[in-house]
Ligand binder design. Structure first.
Ligand code: NCD
Length: 402
């Protein structure tokens, strides 16, 4: 009998997996739009602009009863499968809410023990079955490359003129989380849009920004500080990749000096090749050119230590690491620029407290807003992937003429 690992035997796709990232991108793309969303490298500036625009339209239409009803008609003929075999609260619920906003019916598998995988059905067979019943598969899995292999399988089916549906990677192993990068980017873009029209944030943040007259509009020309589990934080990897496409970026990475937690060589090289100035430190109190790194930060991105990826050795070694230098204490918050957004993909660790609740009412705090933005951008992504952008524009124009 073959070992239980045959459930996730991806050897049929190995030669496709081994290619450099840029060679893979065309496999996830149609002429004018995405075919699947698998990795953050697909989120090019032009696409980010289009998706942000769709998200803005959806959030506006969702406000009023009449336009909201119209939205709920937009994709009411579609069904989505939420296949989440790794714990998730925000990503799962925001995708579900996004489906509800657009009238998409959704179903879920969260515990593989309740599926035929318990009868040794392979993961790939499960996915192919979902594609018989559903029009899009949204998946989170602890298994690296699983979403990517599903996209290749769908492409093969399409080339054989069989039924094939878009695949969305909602988190794969410790490698990628492109839809989190999408919502993080959307939040950063709104924070630096200098748009007082944004009722919830505009006036408060605009007032704070007055002391930084040189701050540039948009995501370019900024110093981003990422803190926590840089090695295994898939949200960091995906967001840094997206931000590296914009000019004159400085990125500071703060993590414990441990092989699993610090930045891997692959990410460092990719960012440097994209023209980013990369700095690495082992404490939030570190200095760069004689000045505190916190006081030079335009945007702070905190993360938790991702214990679920620990090997037996890691658990023992990590228990000895002092996590104090990676906690955003109120005293450290004071050192940040008065306009610097404070982000975190959540969940935060209530034991380690890398982000203490005392700072939650600070006007720079973005993490709850980030989560809500996730719902709008995920709805935008579904509209794009299911080819309903034109219909959304038409519906929007029936309500607003600006
Ligand atoms: C992240 C994830 O699952 O990768 N959370 C999220 O999707 N909002 C980060 C984390 O779990 O720490």
């Amino acid at each position: 009998m073959k070992p239980a690992d045959t459930l996730s035997d991806f050897s049929a796709f190995q030669s496709l997996l081994d290619r450099p990232i840029e060679d893979k991108l065309r496999d996830f793309q149609r002429e004018q739009r995405l075919k699947h969303l698998i990795c953050a490298a697909q989120l090019k500036p032009d696409l980010l602009k289009r998706l942000s625009h769709l998200a803005d339209m959806i959030r506006r239409m969702a406000r009023e009863r009449e336009s909201n009803l119209e939205l709920r008609q937009l994709l009411s003929h579609k069904r989505a499968m939420l296949y989440f075999t790794q714990p998730s609260t925000r990503t799962f619920l925001s995708f579900m809410a996004a489906c509800q906003i657009l009238g998409i019916t959704c179903n879920e598998v969260r515990d593989p023990k309740t599926s035929s995988e318990i009868k040794r059905e392979s993961h790939m067979d499960s996915i192919r079955m979902f594609s018989s019943y559903f029009d899009v598969i949204i998946m989170r899995s602890p298994i690296a490359n699983f979403a990517e292999c599903c996209a290749y399988m769908m492409n093969r089916l399409e080339s054989q003129e069989m039924r094939s549906v878009p695949t969305i990677n909602a988190g794969s192993g410790s490698d990628e989380h492109p839809t989190q990068a999408l919502l993080d980017f959307y939040t950063i873009q709104r924070s630096f849009s200098f748009d007082s029209e944004q009722k919830e944030t505009g006036s408060r943040l605009d007032a704070l920004r007055q002391s930084y007259p040189d701050l540039q509009r948009g995501p370019a020309g900024k110093t981003y500080l990422f803190c926590g589990d840089i090695g295994r934080g898939r949200t960091v990897r995906s967001l840094a990749t997206v931000l590296s496409q914009y000019d004159s970026q400085r990125m500071i990475f703060v993590s414990p000096d441990h092989d699993a937690l610090k930045m891997d060589d692959g990410l460092r090289t990719r960012l440097q090749d994209a023209g980013v100035s990369v700095y690495e430190f082992e404490s939030l109190d570190a200095e760069l050119n004689g000045e505190s790194i916190l006081s030079q930060t335009d945007c702070l991105y905190m993360t938790r230590i991702q214990r679920e990826h620990n090997s037996a050795d890691d658990t023992e070694q990590l228990a000895r690491i002092d996590l104090g230098p990676f906690q955003l204490t109120p005293e450290r918050v004071q050192r940040l620029k008065s306009f610097s957004p404070i982000m975190h993909p959540f969940p935060r660790d209530s034991v380690v407290q890398e982000l203490p609740t005392e700072i939650d009412s600070d006007p720079r705090v973005m993490y709850f807003r980030q989560a809500r933005n996730g719902m709008w951008v995920r709805a935008a992504l579904l509209v794009h992937l299911l080819d309903a952008s034109e219909e959304l524009f038409m519906a929007y124009n029936r309500f607003y003429r600006d």
